[in-house]
Design a protein around this ligand. Structure first.
Ligand code: PNS
Length: 165
């Protein structure tokens, strides 16, 4: 039986920290479905099509990966996909409360789907899509923190006045 995990997130945009989690997740699971889900508490910079395109480009050399989008409850999606795991990265104590709450809610909703946390690599502990977007918005160099396609897309987004977005 194939061990399938969903790696859910906003991926607005995908960062090298996400890629690190996927790479290491592939050592635990036969297949990882990287799924863009709606996070009701966030507004996004990139639309779904742009986010998919960046994921596809960044993951083109990975095998055992599927990229998808879903609008609904994560655990329902996991069942649809025959996934037994939800993969999440944990950076620091600040992530813990949110992740713990989400994992427990998902567990309450479906006890057959297990959330698996991987500690983010030390190199990526300070990166997040939000902080990277903030740096890029004001012209900060974000090389090495995101895949090249994301660097390019962020530059394009913020090419005009930073106040425009
Ligand atoms: O990258 P993010 O924004 O931290 O990811 C959060 C995400 C998208 C995984 C989470 O908001 C989510 O699972 N949304 C789908 C709705 C859902 O099932 N929520 C969790 C149970 S209430």
């Amino acid at each position: 039986m194939q061990r399938i995990a969903i790696y859910p997130g906003s991926f607005d945009p995908v960062t090298n920290g996400h890629l690190d989690i996927i790479k290491r997740g592939l050592k635990l699971f036969d297949k990882i479905i990287v799924t863009i889900l709606i996070n009701p508490s966030k507004t996004s910079l990139f639309n779904i099509t742009e986010r998919v395109e960046m994921l596809e480009n960044s993951l083109q050399h990975f095998s055992g990966i599927e990229i998808d989008t879903y609008n609904g409850l994560l655990v329902d999606y996991a069942v649809q996909k025959n996934a037994t795991g939800i993969l999440r990265g944990m950076r620091a104590v600040s992530d813990f409360e949110y992740e713990f709450q989400m994992a427990l809610m998902n567990r309450k909703l479906n006890r057959n789907v297990q959330t698996v946390f991987l500690m983010t690599g030390l190199r990526w502990i300070f990166t997040s899509s939000s902080i990277i977007k903030e740096a890029a918005r004001f012209g900060g160099k974000i090389n090495g923190m995101v895949p090249p396609i994301v660097n390019k897309k962020l530059k394009e987004k913020f090419a005009t006045s930073p106040d425009r977005r």
